[in-house]
Design a protein. Structure first.
Length: 132
């Protein structure tokens, strides 16, 4: 799933290059939109089903800089999902298609108290890993 983002001034350093934590914000945008596209929303998962998607690991490999006002594409896919864990893979692309960064996040499903719990079956069906 692709979503467009634009590098904001506050996401850059003095040289106009995107600051490294910005990529994790863009990954979250991609992840949230992928879930929304599949008929899921974090708010509903939390409020209606008591399922919280907690980040357990996050990584990013930087290949080339993104700069202030660049229009980027965040490409997100589910790389694996089971009853207790979900993993996502990301690419940050420049307008010309160059890959600026790749990344991954892993998540565990918990209840409101932070204890691991099973993800309801309807979520598992919607989170079937995507190709690409």
């Amino acid at each position: 799933m692709d979503v467009a983002v634009r590098v904001r001034y506050g996401e850059t350093d003095q040289m106009g290059i995107a600051y490294h934590p910005s990529y994790f914000v863009w990954f979250e945008i991609g992840r949230t939109e992928l879930l929304r596209q599949r008929g899921l929303a974090y708010r509903a998962m939390e409020e209606e089903d008591g399922c919280f998607v907690v980040v357990t690991s996050a990584s990013c490999d930087y290949r080339a800089p993104a700069r202030y006002d660049d229009e980027l594409t965040v490409r997100t896919r589910v790389s694996s999902a089971n009853s207790r864990r979900i993993a996502f893979a990301y690419e940050i692309l420049a307008q010309d298609g160059r890959v600026l960064a790749t990344g991954a996040t892993s998540h565990v499903i918990t209840d409101r108290g932070g204890r691991p719990r099973r993800l309801p079956e309807r979520y598992l069906r919607a989170l079937a890993p995507s190709a690409r």
